[in-house]
Design a binder for this molecule. Structure first.
Ligand code: PEP
Ligand code: MN
Length: 340
């Protein structure tokens, strides 16, 4: 952190500020005296220093962070890619590309088990299915709740796929710890800090979706919350962000893939379904995500999209999903460096 002092501030005041920063925050402060003004260079852990409070000091002209406010998620302090183990399925690290697939919502035992078998046969490594749904309208289908998780467990046993489902509130932590292999925190809850702290205490890995209008840094700071609470197994999921464009449901931000890989060591997967909002756009966006270096995909697949209780328009049929996987495979192998 660099603090630029206002011109004319006395050396005594500058020394006093430096001493208080060293005393209160355990940092080392170097003072550079210029012709017009002096600059304080802070070395050490500045994550706890409140820039807002510091800026209230009348002698301070400007404050700049030179280091990111996140540590555990920071690539600088952890150069190696993190590989998250989801009940035996490794995600990240440039190894095997992982496809998560399944319906937006669990609707019945036959539905989820049928889709589970179909996506497994097509090459998916994990089964998704929402049991607690974050819906814009309180009158829309809210999900099957805990019964939905039990149906997911039956589908898991039938198809042999670990399961991922979204948690909406801290009070469900015990239930998810017991039943789910990968705990999803949805876009709408990305900055629900109480929830982040609680999933940070779970032993299960967490899939953290990007908020609807959040920056990379805010997203990584949310991962930092989970990691700071003790759970370092976090996978990030880009699912499109709000822009001025209304043609698509969201705008898929492919730049997130190389950016996150530079900023953080955590794996990143891409959800083209919630980004596009239209089934026919899922394939090109999925191809682009693979080519840009994503560690995996999350794709919505429904047995009967026109009758789906949620997100039918963006859901692939099992047949379309199989064709997508066939099309993705050569590119995936190329990216996994099996063909080069
Ligand atoms: C979902 O994956 O079911 C979902 C609700 O996605 P998002 O949080 O990205 O909107
Ligand atoms: Mn959905």
């Amino acid at each position: 952190m660099v603090i630029v002092m206002k011109p004319g501030v006395s050396q005594e005041k500058i020394q006093a500020l430096a001493a208080s920063l060293e005393r209160d925050h355990g940092v080392t402060v170097g003072i550079t005296r210029g012709v017009g003004c002096s600059i304080l260079g802070l070395v050490g852990d500045t994550a706890h220093i409140d820039m807002g409070k510091l800026s209230m000091n009348d002698d301070v002209e400007r404050i700049m962070r030179v280091q990111e406010p996140y540590k555990k998620a920071n690539r600088k302090f952890h150069p190696e890619d993190t590989v998250v183990d989801v009940s035996g399925v490794p995600i990240g690290g440039g190894g095997k590309f992982t496809v998560i697939a399944g319906p937006c919502s669990v609707e019945s035992g036959a539905q989820i088990t049928g889709v589970a078998r179909d996506v497994k046969a097509a090459g998916a490594a994990l089964l998704r299915g929402g049991a607690f749904k974050p819906r814009t309208s309180p009158y829309s289908f809210q999900g099957m709740g805990a019964d939905g998780l039990d149906l997911l467990l039956k589908a898991k046993a039938a198809a042999g796929l670990p399961i991922v489902s979204e948690i909406m509130a801290p009070r469900y932590c015990e239930l998810f710890e017991e039943k789910v292999d990968l705990v999803q925190v949805g876009a709408r809850n990305m900055q629900n800090f109480d929830l982040l702290k609680e999933v940070g205490r779970l032993s299960k890995p967490v899939l953290l979706k990007r908020g609807l209008s959040n920056t990379y840094e805010e997203w990584i700071m949310s991962a930092e919350y989970i990691m700071a609470a003790g759970n370092e197994n976090v996978i990030l999921c880009e699912r499109g962000v709000r822009t001025f464009e209304t043609y698509t449901r969201n705008t898929l931000d492919l730049s997130a893939i190389p950016a996150i890989k530079r900023m953080s060591h955590l794996p990143i997967v891409v959800d083209p379904s919630h980004a596009a909002g239209m089934y026919w756009m899922v394939e090109p966006l999925a191809m682009a995500a693979v080519a840009a270096g994503a560690d995996g995909l999350m794709v919505e697949v429904h047995n009967d999209p026109p009758c789906a209780k949620c997100d039918g328009a963006q859901s692939l049929t099992p047949e379309k999903f199989r064709r997508l996987m066939d099309k993705l495979n050569p590119l995936v192998q190329l990216m996994e460096k099996k063909l080069v």
